[in-house]
Design a binder for this molecule. Sequence first.
Ligand SMILES: O=C([O-])CC(=O)C(=O)O
Ligand SMILES: [Mg+2]
Length: 231
Amino acid sequence: MSDTTSSDASSRESAHYPEDVLEAFRSITTASLADAVEQHGRRGYLTGAVHQVAPGTGTLVGPAVTVREIPADESLPPEHALQAIDEATAGSIVCIDAGGADVAVWGGLMTAGAVARQLAGCVLDGGVRDVTEITRDFPGFAVYARTAVPATTLGRMRTVSLNEPVVVGSVDIRPGDLIVADRDGVVRVPADLVDAVRRTAEEIEEREKEQTRLILDSGSLRAGLARYHRI
Ligand SMILES: O=C([O-])CC(=O)C(=O)O
Ligand SMILES: [Mg+2]
């Protein structure tokens, strides 16, 4: 029997990040992470157009596997995407740069393949179809996309690279960057900043918890904000 369907902890562990790091990021919001990446001099947040289409379970966290696609006239299978799904480490997130195309570069069958490989989700600078089947049959799988649209990728797009740098939602994503997504949207944490961004984001969340308490205790937003001089 193949070990790819096993659910022991080691098979869920990503090749790039230990489970305790992934777990820590699952309890940090994308809002805090967007601020934290910015405090380290980079942009983390993807444009809000790339939004949650299928929620999965909780905050989506995992290393990026990257695919690029361009418009095509011939009808070709999306080879690099199929390879990404079949070969990525469990827990990975497939990030597809389709240049914002109004085409489904992801669908129900691709989701079945991703679930069979225990991938965590996908982030698409393009569209998705089969959303009813995905949310009904694979509720743990998260999809973030620009649009839901019934148009197939076949005859409209072709894949050109796997695990090369891509641009998704106006942000550069490199394979192995950490992707975090929740109801607000998607943040890319550059791989070299993961530890620093985690510390900064945890500080932001602590401060905001304290600010919330001060606002409620004082009965005033401005009085509550006064201690930290910022919202
Ligand atoms: O053809 C497509 O665009 C992808 C699709 O429907 C699927 O994966 O089920
Ligand atoms: Mg389909």
